[in-house]
Design a protein. Structure first.
Length: 442
């Protein structure tokens, strides 16, 4: 095992376990600090009550407080109690003679009988998560495996080890493992269990037992050959044609939402940085305008409150909306791969059926192979259909929750800013009337 030294970063302390109070996010960096181009797009980044839609704008059914908005929406209850809880936290930098990388602590608590203990703690690096994802895809080619965050963010490796990137990745890895844990099939995968419980040397040993290089190359070559033949699918079921068409539209819309949301966040960050400098200017101005001291200090105070409200609003965007949108951008790539693998299985069946009609001598052997492939296609179709229904329900829940959170954040933000400026305006109006009254006295 390679010798290595641990160098904790300045803000690499672990986040609190699930259920604990979340640590307040750091203030967003100003544009000049990140130096992003205007066209930068490759940023990285989870039943409605009819009374709400039927009520008019003057109806008492409309909630008077933004905090009650979320109560107008009712989501499906959890199907059952969870028995597997996973937390990803405590990132650490590691420096060896040949590389520098980050590891994360993975803590697992479970009541399942197949686990030898009720709690495990291991450290994993990004490559280990990649290995787990590839093993899940090999074991369950037609299930929708949750996406991993991209390897790099923004403009390459320069940004890899800043605190914002590390925290963004930690949250994404945490969600990746918990989505697997909540999946009715993937949660019982043996490689997943080993990932959660094995020490580093045990995991390395297990990795070597996986499919060999030539096996993986063979799978890739078959996939390429199938794509060259145009997929080879002669009679794709209508359901999977509909899914393919749906994903094309979904891909276009989710990419557009992700791009626009990133642009809005960047513009908000610029506004935030301007407000940060705008307030102190009025405070400094007081020194040269004795007659406007109270008014200038009032304006400075209002700007400071709006500045803090903007910071909270941006934190809401970066925590509740942007990661969800980008996760489903990545999900689109996952689903495209799943559909291709399903088509590959059916293409193999179609080719055997064609061969059967041309090779009478091998009829018995081909008939058996066709029977096996028909079973394989049926299993693939059923697995993908069930997982598709589950994924679509989760996607709609995640999107609805993200948009509701964004709406509530915006309402709180504008109400707070409006109240701040109205209070200032009222105080200035009263002072003005008092001054006018004193001038009228003889």
């Amino acid at each position: 095992m390679e010798a290595q030294s641990r160098v904790p970063g300045p803000l690499l302390s672990g986040s609190p376990p699930s259920g604990a109070a979340a640590r307040a996010p750091p203030p967003p960096a100003c544009p000049q600090e990140l130096d992003l181009d205007d066209d930068e797009e490759d940023l990285e980044v989870f039943s409605k009550d009819t009374s709400l839609t039927e009520a008019n704008s003057f109806s008492p059914l409309i909630p008077t407080s933004p905090s009650s908005m979320i109560n107008q929406y009712k989501f499906e209850d959890e199907p059952e109690l969870r028995d597997l809880f996973i937390t990803v936290d405590d990132p650490e930098s590691h420096i060896t003679a040949i590389e520098t990388f980050i590891t994360y602590r993975v803590v697992t608590k479970t009541s399942r009988g197949e686990f030898d203990s009720s709690e495990y703690e291991v450290r994993r690096r990004y490559q280990d998560f990649l290995w787990l994802k590839s093993r899940l895809e090999e074991s369950h080619p037609t299930l929708i495996i949750p996406p991993l965050p991209e390897k790099f963010i923004m403009k390459g490796m320069v940004e890899r080890f800043n605190d914002e990137f590390i925290e963004t990745r930690r949250k994404a890895l945490h969600k990746f493992l918990n989505r697997i844990a909540e999946h009715p099939t993937l949660t019982f995968n043996e490689d997943f269990k080993i990932f959660l419980t094995a020490q580093a040397w045990e995991l390395s040993s297990h990795k070597k037992q996986g499919p060999g290089l030539f096996s993986r190359v063979g799978q890739t070559m078959r996939a390429v050959a199938s794509s060259v033949r145009g997929g080879g699918v002669k009679s794709r079921p209508d359901m999977f044609t509909d899914i393919h068409d749906y994903m094309e539209i979904f891909n276009e819309k989710i990419h557009l939402l992700d791009k626009i949301s990133q642009r809005i966040y960047k513009e908000e960050r610029g506004y935030y940085c301007e407000l940060k400098e705008y307030g102190p200017i009025h405070t400094l101005w007081c020194a040269s305008e004795e007659g406007l001291v109270d008014s200038l200090k009032g304006v400075a105070s209002c700007i400071d409150k709006c500045y803090k409200a903007t910071e909270k609003r941006m934190a809401g965007l970066s925590e509740n909306l942007l990661p969800i949108l980008h996760e489903y951008v990545l999900y689109n790539e996952v689903l495209t791969g799943v559909l291709k693998r399903r088509d590959q299985i059916q293409a193999e069946l179609d080719s055997k059926v064609d061969a059967l009609s041309n090779k009478k001598a091998e009829k018995d052997l081909l008939t058996e192979e066709i029977g096996n492939l028909e079973d394989k296609v049926e299993c693939a179709n059923n697995a993908l259909k069930a997982d598709w229904d589950r994924w679509k329900q989760n996607m709609q829940h995640d999107m609805k929750t993200a948009f509701l959170n964004m709406a509530e954040n915006n309402i709180h933000y504008y109400e707070q800013c409006l109240a701040t400026w109205e209070s200032f305006l009222t105080s200035q109006t009263v002072d003005l009337h008092l001054e006018e009254g004193s001038e009228d006295k003889p």
